[in-house]
Design a protein around this ligand. Structure first.
Ligand code: ASP
Ligand code: MG
Length: 472
């Protein structure tokens, strides 16, 4: 049994839908039991969220336009790929009802002048609830027995709206009870990605890009042999090919390496996708809908040995480094603990920490959008120390990036840092800070945004990542 998850671009147009139908038909022939998970059509979730936010600000135009645009986009695919009149009419009614509900919700948001996280989850899940019935109909038109299923019937989540996590036991039970009969009857369930519901049946979402996570959750619940993430690139690459033209696909990578890469900005995989798969030892495969014969990347516990010490380089942009510094810090106990308590109070996520050994400063990296909240909380927390000059300042530095070099074999290989710094030194690129992850399979550098691309190219060269070092 395998799970096939298709991302937004894989269902972005009628041509893409047709391509997906071929892939699913082939998989269904090879392995009688296939579950499909789909994202919304590309760009749809953004449109929904922006329309809802505009409604809260009193602007009704975006949601009205969104309704018409989404109707047209989905009808267009149905018109081209679903020839059966009865099917098409049923789809039309479903789109109509969903989009009318979306419009009603936005109207209430507009009247209230307030958008709650709970309300937003109902609205933002609309895209998947349009795409899944459409894809199921397209599959039937291609001769594959298929039925769409709303994941709110399967994935039971916490009530953390906008970023919910599954509750394993009821999810396993619901998924098996609902999907097993379909699978046994040779029917392909087409499940909405991204969404779930609390035990009380209130709609939730798993976070942006969360359809990958949906696939992994269902894979674990159904004990799948493999979870396939179908996207628009040839698997996980050694670097972003737009930055490094010589970048190549990594044939095999470990769960830990893939998790580090996903965390550090490699967009192919949602970071939470790894965990449910690790726990059950389910292989994850990243494949390209538009080049289905390419082997892509296989993510497993123990990849075949490779000579590559560093496997890939990724970049996260849009970051701020905050430094708390002062000569008097040395004598003040608990500064680090209080610093991170203040950061937590601002609800910010820390991507990297570095402390100078002289203990006169602590620096950490957050997303730019969280800067004001974090600096505000820190100034409040350290008000006394700032007044007494034990701490000189809380200083944000915008416009930085983290470049992460990832590879499990870096552990225990001497000279890695020297190689990285040598490459950057030759290019006269200044490293603002450095940290090594505790897993030791990642070295992260803080650089100025303008240096990022050149740094990635130089490091890629230094580790000769363009050459297939015996991996293939
Ligand atoms: N449609 C959702 C999003 O854009 C989920 C996904 O695509 O994975 O975030
Ligand atoms: Mg995605």
């Amino acid at each position: 049994m395998r799970i096939l998850k298709f991302g937004g671009t894989s269902v972005g147009s009628a041509d893409a839908f047709a391509q997906v139908a071929k892939i699913v038909a082939t998989a269904h022939q090879q392995d009688g039991q296939v579950v499909v998970v789909t994202s919304a059509m590309s760009g749809v979730t953004d449109i929904l969220i922006n329309a809802a936010k505009a409604a809260a600000a009193g602007d009704r135009r975006p949601y009205r336009e969104a309704r018409d645009e989404l109707m047209a986009r989905h009808q267009m695919v149905a018109g081209q790929l679903v020839s059966d009149g009865v099917e098409r009419a049923a789809l039309g009614r479903l789109f109509e009802a969903r989009l009318a509900a979306f419009e009603r919700l936005c109207r209430s948001v507009e009247v209230l002048g307030e958008l709650t996280a709970r309300g937003l989850d109902v609205i933002s899940g609309t895209g998947e609830r349009l795409a899944a019935p459409l894809l199921a109909a397209v599959l039937r038109a291609h001769g594959v027995a298929a039925e769409w299923v709303d994941a709110s019937e399967l994935i039971v989540t916490t009530n953390v709206f906008g970023n919910a996590d599954p509750i394993i036991e009821p999810t396993t039970e619901h998924a098996r009870r609902r999907l097993s009969p379909l699978l046994q009857g040779g029917v392909v369930p087409v499940v909405t990605g991204f969404v779930g519901a609390t035990a009380d049946g209130i709609s939730t979402t798993l976070g942006r890009g969360g359809s990958d996570y949906s696939a992994a959750i269902l894979g674990a619940a159904l004990n799948a042999d493999e979870v396939q993430i179908w996207t628009d690139v040839n698997g996980i690459m050694t670097a972003d090919p737009r930055i490094v033209p010589a970048a190549r696909t990594i044939p095999e990578i470990s769960y830990i390496e893939a998790a580090e890469l996903a965390f550090y900005g490699a967009k192919v995989l949602h970071p939470k996708t790894i965990l449910p798969s690790v726990e059950r030892g389910i292989a994850l495969r990243v494949l390209n809908t538009f080049d289905p014969d390419h082997a892509g990347t296989l993510i497993v516990k123990e990849p075949k040995p490779s000579k590559d010490v560093a496997k890939a380089i990724s970049v996260i942009k849009g970051l701020t480094m905050v430094t708390v510094e002062g000569r008097g810090m040395l004598g003040v106990p608990g500064i680090a603990a209080r610093t991170f308590t203040a950061v937590a109070r601002a609800n910010a996520n820390v991507l990297m920490i570095s402390q100078s050994s002289s203990e006169q400063s602590i620096s950490f990296v957050i997303r730019e959008g969280e800067r004001d909240a974090v600096v505000g909380q820190l100034q409040a927390e350290m008000a006394q120390e700032l007044a007494s000059r034990h701490i000189d300042q809380v200083r944000p530095l915008d416009g930085i990036v983290i470049v992460a070099i990832v590879g499990a074999a870096m552990k225990g290989t001497p000279g890695i840092a020297a190689r990285i710094f040598g490459a950057l030194g030759d290019a006269e690129i200044n490293v603002i800070a450095i940290a090594q992850g505790s897993s030791e399979c990642n070295i992260s550098l803080v650089l100025a945004r303008g240096d990022a691309d050149e740094a990635v190219r130089k490091i890629h060269d230094a580790f000769r990542l363009n050459e297939a070092n015996g991996q293939n």
